[in-house]
Design a protein around this ligand. Structure first.
Ligand SMILES: Nc1ncnc2c1ncn2[C@@H]1O[C@H](COP(=O)(O)OP(=O)(O)OP(=O)(O)O)[C@@H](O)[C@H]1O
Length: 483
C-alpha cells in the first residue's frame, strides 16, 4: 500500500477535515488497487461506476447508480473496500455504499476521474463513461438478469444529423418490436458514438411496463455464457433461456469474429427468435457487409432487417451533447469552454463526456467556477494527447492522392469540380485538424481569401450531411491523417 495519508491525518482527526484533493487521491489509489486485484474486466463491470460521495465525520460514502450494483458491490467487495479505506485513512470508521439519487453531488466523479492531472495520464486513460453492466432480462422466466444502465434513455440521448436515423430506428423498435423491415435492427458506428446507449434505451423503454422480456448482453458475454454452458453441460438450458425472450440484444458483435462455434450458436439462436417473431437488436463497429470474418450466412441475415449507421459527430452535435450534460450536472459551464472542448475532442462522445465530467468533478471539489484557463489546466493531459500535429501540406498530399489529382492543383486556379471539390475537402480538414486560422489556410491554398475557406468548410459540412459515401470518404481521410 502506498503511504496514503500517513502523517497528514491522524486517528483523532475528523475525516471530513481532510482536504478534498487528498481524499480524492486516496480514492484513486484504492480504486487502482482494486483494479489490480480483481482484474480489468471485473473492475470495469462492477467497480468502475463507483463515485466518491460526501464525507461526514468519520464516514465516507461511495455512490452507485443502481440498487442492484450497490448490493452486488457491498456483498462482493464491501469488506475489501473498507480495509483499503482504513489503510489510507485510519481515522475512518465506516464506508457507506449508497444508491445515487438524482441531484446527488459527488465529491469526485469516478475514481478514474479523481486521479490527479499531474499523473500524466494519456488519452487512452481518459475516464470513460461508466461501462454499462451487461445483460438483463426483465422476466422471471429467465435468469439472464443484469441491469440496464438507467442513465441511457431516449431522453438523455442527444439527437443530431449523424445519429438521427439510428435514433429513429431505435425508437421505432422500442415502440413496435418485430415490425416488418426492422428485424433485426443492426446499429453500427465508431467507438463511443452511442450504440450501447441506444440499445439500453430500447431495453428500458420495452421493460418499463414489464410486459416484454428483454435480454441484453455483449457478444463477449454471450460467448462466455455459451462456453460456460458447454462446460457445465447445460447448453440446452442456455438455448432455452435465450429462445424464451421477446427481444434479444447483442452489443459489439464484432467480438465474435474468429469465434466460429459461438457464431454458429448465435446464428441458430438468431434464426429461432426471428422465425418465432421475436426482435433482435445487434450493434457492431462496422456494417454487416464489412464484418469480414463473420460467416457469410450470418452477415446476410444480419443485413436483412434495418441497418442504421451512427456517423462521426459533427461540431454542432458535440456542442449539443456537452450542453445537455453540463445542464444535467447543475454546474455552470461557459459556452466558450464547451466550444473549446467540442473543437479539441472530436473522436468520440465517451472521451468528450469524460473530459466534461472531470471538469465538473474539479469544480465541485474545489468550489471554483469552470473557466477556459481552468479547463486547460485540469485537462492538460487530455488536450495534449488530442493536439494534432498534422500539417496543411500533409493534408493536401493525402487528399490529392485520394482523389488522384495533382498536388499543385491544391493551389491552382482551376475550378473544375474534379479539382475544386478535393481542394474544398482539404481546406475543411485543415480547419478541423490544425489550429491554423482561416486566412492562414487560405494562404496555403494559392493565396485564397479566408471567405473561400469558410465557404469550403460550409459546403463540405453540408455535403457530408447529405451524401453518406462522401462523408465516409472524408472521415476516412481524417482518420488516416490523425493516425
Ligand atoms: N447522442 C448522444 N447523446 C448523449 N450521450 C451520448 C450520445 N452518444 C454517446 N453518448 C454517451 O457517450 C458514451 C459512449 O456511448 P456508448 O457506450 O453508447 O458508445 P458505443 O457506440 O456503444 O461505443 P463502443 O463502440 O465502445 O461500444 C455514453 O456515456 C453515452 O451515454
Amino acid at each position: 500500500m502506498t503511504a496514503g495519508f500517513s502523517g497528514q491525518i491522524s486517528d483523532d482527526h475528523d475525516v471530513a477535515q481532510a482536504p478534498g484533493g487528498l481524499l480524492t487521491e486516496a480514492w484513486a489509489r484504492i480504486a487502482a488497487r482494486m483494479k489490480s486485484e480483481v482484474g480489468e474486466v471485473e473492475y470495469r463491470t462492477w467497480l468502475q461506476q463507483i463515485v466518491l460521495g460526501p464525507v461526514d465525520g468519520d464516514e465516507v460514502t461511495l455512490l452507485l447508480p443502481t440498487r442492484f450494483l450497490r448490493d452486488w458491490v457491498r456483498s462482493q467487495y464491501g469488506d475489501r473496500l473498507s480495509t483499503l479505506w482504513n489503510q489510507e485513512i485510519p481515522a475512518l470508521r465506516r464506508v457507506e455504499l449508497q444508491v445515487m439519487r438524482p441531484g446527488d453531488r459527488p465529491a469526485a466523479a469516478t475514481a478514474e476521474q479523481a486521479v490527479p492531472v499531474a499523473s500524466g495520464r494519456r488519452v487512452a486513460d481518459v475516464p470513460e463513461a461508466p461501462a454499462p453492466v451487461v445483460e438483463r432480462v426483465q422476466d422471471a422466466r429467465s435468469d439472464l438478469v443484469a441491469p440496464l444502465d438507467p442513465r441511457f434513455t431516449f431522453d438523455s440521448f442527444v439527437v443530431g444529423k449523424p445519429n438521427e436515423f439510428a435514433y429513429a430506428c431505435a425508437r421505432r423498435v422500442a415502440e413496435k418490436p418485430s415490425s416488418p423491415g426492422f428485424n433485426p435492427l443492426f446499429l453500427y458506428g465508431g467507438v463511443g458514438l452511442g450504440k450501447t446507449h441506444l440499445m439500453h434505451a430500447i431495453g428500458s423503454e420495452l421493460t418499463r411496463e414489464g410486459r416484454v422480456s428483454v435480454a441484453y448482453m455483449s457478444a463477449e458475454k454471450f460467448m462466455y455464457r455459451f462456453i460456460g454452458a458447454i462446460r457445465s453441460q447445460s447448453t440446452i438450458e442456455f438455448k432455452e433461456q435465450l429462445r424464451s425472450v421477446d427481444v434479444l440484444m447483442i452489443d459489439d458483435l464484432q467480438f465474435l469474429i474468429g469465434k466460429d462455434n459461438t457464431q454458429e450458436e448465435f446464428f441458430h439462436t438468431f434464426n429461432a427468435l426471428v422465425d418465432a417473431g421475436r426482435q433482435i437488436v445487434v450493434s457492431a463497429d462496422k456494417s454487416p457487409s464489412d464484418l469480414s470474418g463473420l460467416e457469410d450466412r450470418l452477415r446476410t441475415r444480419l443485413g436483412c432487417g434495418m441497418v442504421a449507421d451512427i456517423h462521426a459527430t459533427t461540431f454542432e452535435l458535440r456542442i449539443s451533447i456537452l450542453e445537455a450534460k453540463a445542464t444535467a450536472s447543475g454546474v455552470p459551464v461557459p459556452a466558450k469552454v464547451l466550444e473549446f472542448l467540442a473543437h479539441k475532442i472530436t473522436t468520440n462522445v465517451r472521451e468528450l463526456e469524460g473530459a466534461l465530467n472531470r471538469l465538473i468533478a474539479h469544480a465541485n471539489l474545489f468550489g471554483r467556477p469552470v473557466t477556459l484557463e481552468a479547463t486547460q489546466e485540469v485537462l492538460h493531459d487530455i488536450l495534449k494527447a488530442h493536439d494534432r500535429r498534422v500539417t496543411i501540406e500533409e493534408i493536401q498530399r493525402k487528399v490529392s492522392e485520394h482523389w488522384n489529382i495533382r498536388l499543385t492543383d491544391m493551389s491552382s486556379a482551376r475550378r473544375a469540380r474534379a479539382v475544386a471539390r478535393p481542394r474544398q475537402v482539404a481546406m475543411y480538414l485543415a480547419k478541423q485538424l490544425t489550429s491554423r486560422s482561416l486566412p492562414e489556410i487560405g494562404r496555403k491554398f494559392g493565396n485564397r481569401d479566408h471567405t473561400t475557406v469558410m465557404h469550403a468548410v460550409q459546403r463540405v459540412t453540408e455535403l457530408m450531411e447529405r451524401d453518406t459515401a462522401f462523408a465516409e470518404d472524408v472521415e476516412l481521410l481524417r482518420r488516416m491523417l490523425e493516425s
